[in-house]
Design a protein around this ligand. Structure first.
Ligand code: ZN
Ligand code: ZN
Ligand code: FE
Length: 759
């Protein structure tokens, strides 16, 4: 007999991979063993060469839906004359490596049981198996087995234990295995003072939802607030109670077919929607779709996702209509995840809570994805992804904790040749968010068995994440420039060491010259960057306030474009609800530079142009006007406003003043906002391509890396990619978010490179 050692890296632990290999080996007639190891799974297989060949072929071909093979290495080993194929248990060989996989969406087999009247798990909301169910969110420690999960209090009944112990069963070693006899149970608590009905918890919740009620639903990584997404009054009520202004709500639909009825779904979108991570997918809403307008006011995009727990499947089946399912929190605080906490915090928001007695150990918000100019892109990497390893093409010399950005915070731990993103924390602006941040770091360090003594953080001295880093006296701290981190994150995603020519367009990031950056052309390696070009700065009167009162940015554009004396009919474009006294005050602030920091972010230009052309003075959430502005663009307009590049400055500066004047002329002539938007977008594309071509010739054809939150704008990404020289390789994001949720990876690699072989 021949012997092969097969080392597999990828998502192969905790997803039922070993029993699956076992069954395959038995079927094709291979003896040997399979075990988890720190990098993945190792198989030692013995059979004739022909049988081994078939075994290895089938290993890769019929892979489990939740598993993914990143790398498969084969070596020849001497025959050991074994009689059978066995699974070596993790405890037996003393391995304590990470084996906690992400939470996995309910599999087809479990869904079938859920709706099968004759099955013992019919209608049971906590059905799961070796290839699906909760993982990260119930894990309390390592190694990942039932005792180290929040299922430890539930003692399996004889039937469940039998499944758990039987290697031929699809619940073999399924740590959260449960049934109605022995597992967690649902409960409905009314918060509206009404007496509980006779109905069971699920039926009661469904009935409330059908009547327009708001129900908090305990999910995998936290509570959602649910209501009927087709009922305008219900959606408005939820919006008011949640203080959620106009930010879009995510909507859960029962099936792909219902999603298709609401939104346009291409092949890539479908793949994203049905992926085992089950992210919320941003889609173009169909005209006349049966959804309340208030679900996503003033955008034609809608975020849809499919059920990913049995509870969701049962609930959607019971109500038979799409449900708003938005993170249960007030404004932007972290998502609720504990029963008591939910009752306190949601008292005034929900009419009832559908909860259960399986504790959530770690909260984890929904992930969000979108197909951007042909590329499926993860915009928020959280539930379903955490704590999946991300493989590095070059290992780090020491473990590093990277704190991430201020807004849309996600941290990252890099060690050896892997990096692990933590869950989505949100905006690090409240004590509650900071607590969650620190708690999640602790948890990730525990499950990874690592205590990094290097911390990478943003350069901004005022950020809570920077203060967190500064308070840690026991570590080496490395400050990392925000846009450098964006570019290096993207390089890492493509396994590149650089140099690359990075284009980092976003709203804001601390610059080394005292201005806020965000229109940056940087030649980057991990250890250093050189800044070649940027955007002309704008004065943001009132600082952060200008991001909500975007008319202030609109005014700054006019002030700059007309040399301090914008004509009154241009100022009138800012709309009627901006008092003249406010404009006079902002004018003074801009002129004197008083509480009016300079900002170069391309996102701020979007805000400012949007304010002018749409007459929209305010954003109720960051980027609202910029997003609306992107949506109105008329795709049939091909010409562009003029834009200059000032090459007398170092770095060069993109100057959009003539674009502002041309837009004002158009608006005076009553051109539709959609035409103005298109010409503005085309101007940004054209000037970016012109700059890239100039820099590219200069820099020996480096790959171009498009990164930063602005590249969620498909028009820009597609436009630049199509117009740039076809000899130029363009890198874009997919697995690592282009926005601030993705920068922690870059921070970690930069800190490691800066420290080099030291320490
Ligand atoms: Zn399953
Ligand atoms: Zn049971
Ligand atoms: Fe950014």
């Amino acid at each position: 007999m021949a012997g092969h050692r097969i080392e597999i890296r990828g998502t192969v632990q905790g997803v039922g991979f070993r029993p699956w290999v076992y069954r395959l080996a038995r079927r094709v007639g291979v003896v040997g063993r399979v075990r988890n190891d720190p990098g993945g799974v190792t198989i030692e297989a013995f059979a004739s060469e022909a049988v081994l060949g078939r075994f290895i072929e089938e290993l890769q071909r019929d892979i489990l839906p939740a598993a993914e093979i990143v790398e498969l290495r084969e070596t020849t080993i001497p025959d050991e004359h074994l009689a059978a194929f066995v699974i070596v248990s993790s405890d037996a060989d003393g391995q304590k490596a990470l084996s906690i996989p992400p939470d996995l969406a309910t599999c087809e087999d479990c869904i079938e049981e859920l709706f099968d009247r004759h099955d013992r798990r019919f209608g049971y909301a906590f059905t799961n198996c070796t290839t699906c169910g909760p993982r990260f969110t119930i894990a309390t420690g390592i190694p990942y087995d039932r005792g180290a999960t929040t299922m430890s209090d539930f003692v399996m009944c004889a039937a469940c234990q039998g499944e758990y112990d039987d290697v031929e069963d699809r619940r073999f070693h399924a740590q959260p295995n449960a049934c109605p006899e022995c597992g967690p149970a649902l409960r409905l608590d009314r918060l509206d003072g009404q007496a509980a009905t006779e109905l069971d918890a699920l039926a009661g919740a469904a009935e409330l939802l059908s009547r327009g009620g708001v129900v908090a639903v305990k999910g995998l990584g936290g509570f959602h607030l649910a209501c009927d997404a087709t009922d305008g009054a219900a959606v408005r009520r939820l919006r008011e109670r949640k203080h959620r202004d106009e930010k879009p709500f995510a909507v859960m639909v029962g099936s792909l077919a219902s999603a298709q009825a609401l939104a346009e779904i291409g092949a890539e979108e479908e793949a994203l929607l049905t992926a085992p991570e089950r992210p919320v997918v941003l889609l173009r809403q169909r005209q006349g779709a049966d959804l309340a307008v208030d679900v996503s006011p003033d955008t034609s995009l809608v975020g849809l996702f499919l059920p990913y727990t049995p509870l969701h499947h049962l609930l959607l089946e019971a109500v038979q209509r799409p449900l708003v399912m938005t993170s249960a929190n007030v404004s932007d605080e972290p998502i609720c995840y504990q029963n008591e906490e939910a009752r306190d915090r949601l008292e005034r928001i929900a009419d009832a809570i559908l909860l259960h007695n399986r504790e959530i150990a770690m909260r984890c918000d929904d992930s969000v994805g979108r197909v951007i100019a042909g590329i499926p892109t993860i915009m928020r990497r959280s539930r379903g992804f955490v704590p999946r390893p991300f493989y590095l093409s070059r290992p780090v010399a020491r473990p590093v904790l990277a704190c991430g950005a201020h807004l849309k915070n996600t941290f990252c731990i890099a060690m050896g040749d892997t990096a692990y993103f933590g869950p989505h924390i949100g905006d690090l602006e409240t004590v509650a968010a900071l607590d969650f941040f620190e708690e999640a770091i602790e948890r990730m360090q525990t499950i990874l068995s690592v205590r990094p003594d290097v911390i990478a953080h943003d350069l901004h001295p005022g950020y809570l994440s920077t203060r967190y880093a500064n308070a840690r006296n026991d570590v080496t701290r490395v400050g990392v420039q925000h846009h450098h981190a964006h570019v290096v994150s993207l390089m890492a995603e493509h396994g590149m060491q650089g140099p690359v020519l990075g284009v980092a367009y976003d709203g804001t990031g601390f610059g080394e010259d005292g201005t806020s950056w965000g229109g940056e052309f940087l030649v980057c390696c991990a250890g250093r960057y050189e800044r070649l070009a940027t955007f002309r700065p704008l004065r943001l009167a009132g600082g952060d306030l200008a991001m909500r009162e975007v008319w202030r940015i609109g005014y700054a554009l006019l002030h700059d474009a007309y040399d301090g004396a914008p004509p009154s009919d241009s100022v009138a474009l800012l709309g009627d609800d901006v008092p003249e006294t406010s404009i006079a005050l902002v004018k003074q602030m801009v002129e004197r530079g008083l509480n009016a920091p300079q900002a170069r972010g391309v996102g701020r230009y979007f805000d400012g142009f949007g304010a002018l052309a749409l007459g929209r003075a305010r954003s109720t959430y960051e980027g609202q006007v910029a997003i609306a502005w992107d949506q109105v663009a008329n795709e049939s307009i091909l010409d562009a406003y003029p834009a200059e590049i000032d090459r007398t400055r170092t770095p060069w500066e993109v100057d959009l003043r003539s674009a502002v004047r041309a837009a004002v002329d158009d608006l005076r002539a009553k051109a539709p906002a959609g035409d103005v938007s298109a010409r503005f977008h085309n101007a940004v594309v054209a000037v970016t391509v012109e700059l890239l071509n100039a820099l590219w010739a200069d820099r020996g054809g480096l790959p171009v890396a498009l990164t930063g939150g602005v590249f969620q704008n498909a028009w820009l990404a597609a436009g630049i990619e199509s117009q740039i020289s076809n000899k130029c390789r363009v890198l874009r994001h997919s697995e690592v978010p282009p926005g601030d949720g993705g920068i922690a990876l870059g921070q970690a690699l930069i800190a490691d490179a800066i420290l080099g072989d030291k320490g």
